[in-house]
Design a protein around this ligand. Sequence first.
Ligand SMILES: NC(=O)c1ccc[n+]([C@@H]2O[C@H](COP(=O)([O-])OP(=O)(O)OC[C@H]3O[C@@H](n4cnc5c(N)ncnc54)[C@H](OP(=O)(O)O)[C@@H]3O)[C@@H](O)[C@H]2O)c1
Length: 428
Amino acid sequence: MNKSPFRIAIAGLGTVGGGVVKALTARGEELSRRAGRELKLVSVSARDPRKARGYALTGWTADPLELARGEADVVVELIGGDEGIARDLVTLALKNGKHVVTANKALLARHGTELAELAESRGVTLKFEAAAAGGIPILKALREGLIAQPIEAVKGILNGTCNYILTEMESSGRSFAAVLKEAQARGYAEADPTLDVGGGDTAHKLALLSSLAFGTRPDLDSISVEGIEHITPDDIAYAREFGFRIKLLGVTRRVGEGIEQKVHPSMVRQRSPLANVDGAQNGVMVDAGAAGSFFFSGRGAGETPTASAVIADIVEAASETPSPVFGRPARSLTRLVPADAKAAVSPWYLRFEVLDVPGVLALIAGHLAEAGVSIESMIQRGRDPGEPVAIVMITHETAQANVERALKAIAASDKVRSRPCMIPMEAA
Ligand SMILES: NC(=O)c1ccc[n+]([C@@H]2O[C@H](COP(=O)([O-])OP(=O)(O)OC[C@H]3O[C@@H](n4cnc5c(N)ncnc54)[C@H](OP(=O)(O)O)[C@@H]3O)[C@@H](O)[C@H]2O)c1
């Protein structure tokens, strides 16, 4: 190793940043051999210099922006957030000709194109493997490994918190609210879980997967997003009766001339690999057309898996000639043309809570038929007289717009007790 040391500055010493510092300290020599030059941590920054972290604060700097002005060859941004200090730091570091490694999906999903253009104009690397599916090297697979055939679709369980909640709801029969509360107590869910359970975090990751799969600019705003808050233990039990499990999926796929991007609870066939991703694990299925389907799974978050992806990026930045951030020169990324999500067809799971009175089934069937939705199978569970009953149906393939039209008419009836539930069924 006769090259100069590769000088590393890290901003953010929380779950991920702390893991990176510890890995560099524990495995520095081995990682340096891999990189072909010494990996040297020269400075760190976070908010609170007095916090006990269990390791030395090498070259502590109170202002993270100083890291972009200092001696470092790479700035590792592990603060988070799509604006503010994270965006300022990454922008300044790239402007100053420093490589950047980040785990920040929100920043890349929102500003990925402009940051990639900046990195490429300065001849430096911008790497973000940890930003989607944590320890799973899915971005590298899409950027480098699966390029020979056009990708048709990417479907992923990308949020460990949601998958943990759905798995626990299934195994215990408890409600969403009860399981969320327990997940928060055990540190599997944030105090404010909105970004996770509402699907926003999955959308950030999906925007990056889409871009790498289809050569388009990350386009967060065209993703239709629905979370898991309204899923009930009954939905999960009915799904099982029909041979499915409910998962929060991020799906991006070619539909006609456009790309459909959506995040929503989906019914996944029990035998599909995605259905068997349990707890806080992540899983991603790539349909690479003529090359076939590929499935990746593993830990999508947490200190060690996420730091592992960040470390891999640092080693690559130290040893490689910079390559295009999204696998193609940023200026050649095309504008994503959103496919009409409402036109996408699939079979649907529908659940209605209705009053047990004569004519209610005819009412539902009538509105579905009027909208062109045909029923494949149905379950009706009896309760005590006068109590609401559940009617659950699986439809044949039909467009979302048709189902929505029928459900709107059905929901207007005073025989229907709550908002009907509709969940698409995934083919694989
Ligand atoms: N956690 C995961 O499993 C995971 C997985 C994949 C990707 N990510 C991404 O990785 C990034 C970091 O996540 P994390 O979980 O490690 O976050 P975290 O535990 O909350 O740590 C954030 C760190 O940033 C520091 N910080 C916050 N505001 C700051 C400011 N204004 N100036 C300087 N430092 C500031 C904090 O300082 P103090 O320590 O002094 O408070 C802390 O060290 C995020 O982009 C996240 O989306 C996380």
